[in-house]
Design a protein around this ligand. Structure first.
Ligand SMILES: NC(=O)c1ccc[n+]([C@@H]2O[C@H](COP(=O)([O-])OP(=O)(O)OC[C@H]3O[C@@H](n4cnc5c(N)ncnc54)[C@H](OP(=O)(O)O)[C@@H]3O)[C@@H](O)[C@H]2O)c1
Length: 339
């Protein structure tokens, strides 16, 4: 077995209590746990970057969903990239960089079959959690495969300065959208969307009723709505969608910390006359698009046509702060934790 010296214990974040409404630091516990040596077919990874994602909030509730809930008193998991420090698996050497699903911990022991080798020469390691990873594929597949983007479409995306949203707007522009509109939660984010990401118009959803702000930004209506937010954003988009418009239901972050069921959208019946298509999506259904996605992304990143932003929080002990901060909107682009 190839091996590097590794400590006998490492830290991991446990879910200590199920959050009621907004999560607080008291819902989590930083725990010192033994580092398990890899068995046959396994690798031991020292994590370098962890992903904190909105869907993790849903996993903190004890409800049945498309991913099982986190168990109380156990390490949470999620996307991570790191370096192999010990290997009992053919094809994996000490020093290899890998992407895997055992985040929220400093060291991860896992079956090598559940890890994917990534190339740190090709892109910074953290990019495999963002623009070249699950986040990027969500934007790409959601807009093109689910939203059926056509050249000349007007596209509206909410959560537009976030990880998925900032890519949706840019991909729409690169694929020939006529007009790209975004909403975000601060004046600085709105300015960034227009000045740096090439959006045609953007607004701060905290400045007024989304319906009015969207009508001003999209006087001729919209053809595709990429929904990261739900609630009043979805309702406003249903109102603004043109005949045979499409809404990609990707996320509903405005509701993730709600303790009562959300109201609306109250105008859903408009979908009948306008023959709208509102379609939910999960990125896991679209891994078949991976080769085309990576080729397009690599091309756009290489030519400078696409910008990827990251907000990096330093220090494993700040992982929970990063997670709660992301829910609050502290991030522009992908929120990651650097260990
Ligand atoms: N379906 C799938 O397979 C899939 C995969 C990945 C992600 N998603 C979904 O995609 C969405 C974006 O995920 P992401 O990873 O890219 O996160 P993100 O957008 O980078 O971060 C979350 C952002 O949500 C915004 N936000 C928080 N509360 C809000 C509210 N009440 N109203 C409007 N915006 C609010 C904040 O930005 P502001 O400052 O602008 O408020 C924050 O930065 C989430 O809904 C997520 O669940 C779905």
């Amino acid at each position: 077995m190839a091996e590097q010296s590794v400590p006998t214990t490492g830290r991991e974040w446990h879910l200590a209590a199920r959050p009621q409404g907004w999560p607080t630091p008291a819902d989590f516990a930083l725990v010192e746990a033994p580092v398990r040596q890899p068995g046959a077919g396994q690798i031991l990874v020292r994590n370098a970057y962890l992903s904190v994602d909105p869907y993790m909030r849903g996993r903190m509730n004890d409800v049945k969903s498309y991913v099982p809930p986190f168990a109380l008193g156990e390490a949470m998991d999620g996307g991570a990239v790191g370096y192999v420090v010990a290997s009992q698996a053919e094809g994996f050497e000490v020093g290899d960089a890998v992407l895997h699903g055992l985040g929220w911990r400093e060291y991860a022991t896992l079956d090598a079959a559940r890890a994917v080798k990534v190339d740190p020469q090709l892109a910074p390691l953290s990019a495999y959690l963002g623009v070249l990873g699950m986040t990027g594929l969500t934007a790409y597949a959601g807009l093109l495969a689910v939203g059926s983007l056509q050249e000349g479409d007007t596209v509206f995306v909410s959560g537009a300065a976030g990880a998925v949203g900032s890519l949706v707007g840019q991909i729409a522009r690169l694929k020939g959208a006529k007009r790209v509109i975004g909403s975000a939660g601060s004046a600085a984010k709105v300015a960034k969307l227009v000045d740096e990401y090439g959006f045609d118009a953007a607004f701060n959803y905290k400045d007024g009723a989304v319906r009015d702000l969207l009508a001003e930004a999209a006087p001729d209506g919209i053809d595709v709505y990429f929904d990261n937010v739900g609630g009043d954003h979805l309702e406003a988009a249903i109102g603004a969608l043109n005949l045979r418009g499409r809404a990609v239901l990707c996320g509903a972050i405005a509701q993730y910390n709600d303790t009562t069921p959300p109201a609306g959208p109250r105008n859903l019946a408009l979908a009948i006359g306008k023959r709208l298509r509102l379609e939910g999506m999960l990125v896991g259904d679209h891994y078949g698009l991976q080769p085309q996605f990576l080729a397009d992304m690599a091309g756009w990143l290489g030519s400078g046509d696409l910008r990827s932003a990251e907000t990096v929080v330093e220090g494993f002990e700040h992982s929970v702060d990063a997670f709660i901060g992301m829910l609050r909107g502290d991030n522009t682009g992908k929120m990651v934790v650097k260990l």
